[in-house]
Ligand binder design. Structure first.
Ligand SMILES: [Zn+2]
Length: 286
């Protein structure tokens, strides 16, 4: 499911072609994808100009302004859920159209921005600026921002006794990290996913901070991880799946050639993947 690198890849693909465009009409095929009734959704956005193409955590955020506005005064927050895609199709696009369009935005110049979602767990929400700020303030820091330092990560972790993997998945603590990149970062940092957040040593926190940022940056570079549904804004697949070291690799040899095999264990209703030799069990090192 889309995490920060996938949302960021979509954002980058949309930014140049979508910036400054006007939404002429909106077609809603599946109203359950919207947080508001379709008529309210349409009247909020039809006739508006795309001012910014941004991202917050795993969400793609389009900012809208009236023609004379300085900055955006309305935001469309697109939560991609499990299988959401945002695909831009210009008028002359000869490729196969998306199979499950949920909401279509007709743009000036004849193109369309299509929200496509097979499983329909995604959600599109229109927020006025104060409500957007409040929502954004409720999320944790962006892990690739300059303000996200190892010190800040340490302070956050020290306040929680949850398993560090669960801590990383909590969007209120850190924004944009899901199960794939949490597991990859913990492997990179040699930290067992079940270690209590407040039991990580200072060295481990530094390693985790570095590994998390490295993994997210590399995944953006690879345009994200496609197992099945995820596509970039132009419809292509991300290539990071071939570079995963533990996620989904149960039973395969550890990529550090330590001699152990990758194991899967389930807690917090989610699978964790780890190398039992490189990421020692927290109980064994007390
Ligand atoms: Zn290993």
């Amino acid at each position: 499911m889309p995490e920060l690198p996938e949302a960021e890849t979509i954002r980058r693909g949309l930014e140049a072609p979508l910036g400054g465009r006007t939404i002429l009409r909106i077609y809603v095929r599946f109203p359950d994808l919207l947080a508001a009734p379709p008529p309210a959704f349409r009247s909020a956005l039809e006739g508006r100009h795309v001012h910014t193409v941004g991202r917050r955590g795993k969400n793609v955020v389009l900012g809208f302004s009236d023609s004379g506005g300085q900055g955006p005064d309305l935001r469309l927050v697109v939560n991609l859920g499990m299988s959401g895609r945002l695909v831009l199709r210009e008028r002359d696009d000869a490729s196969e159209p998306p199979s499950h369009p949920g909401v279509e935005f007709e743009l000036d110049g004849g193109g369309r921005l299509i929200y496509h979602d097979i499983r329909r767990f995604g959600r599109l929400r229109v927020l006025e600026e104060p409500a957007f700020r409040e929502w954004s303030d409720g999320l944790g820091p962006e892990p690739l921002s300059r303000r996200f330092t190892a010190k800040r990560l340490m302070a956050g972790l020290s306040r929680s006794g949850s398993p560090v993997r669960s801590w990383l998945l909590d969007q209120r603590r850190i924004a944009g990290v899901g199960n794939i990149y949490a597991n990859e970062a913990l492997f990179g940092a040699r930290v067992h996913p079940r270690t209590a957040a407040n039991r990580l040593s200072e060295v481990e926190v530094r390693q985790l901070h570095r590994a998390l940022r490295r993994v997210l940056r590399a995944a953006i570079q690879a345009q994200g991880t496609t197992f099945q549904d995820y596509r970039t804004a132009l419809g292509s697949r991300g290539s990071y799946a071939s570079r995963l070291r533990v996620y989904g690799r149960e039973g395969r040899p550890c990529s550090r050639r330590c001699g152990a095999g990758v194991e899967r264990l389930v807690f917090g209703n989610r699978s964790a993947f780890l190398c039992p030799r490189c990421q020692s069990e927290p109980d064994l090192r007390e």
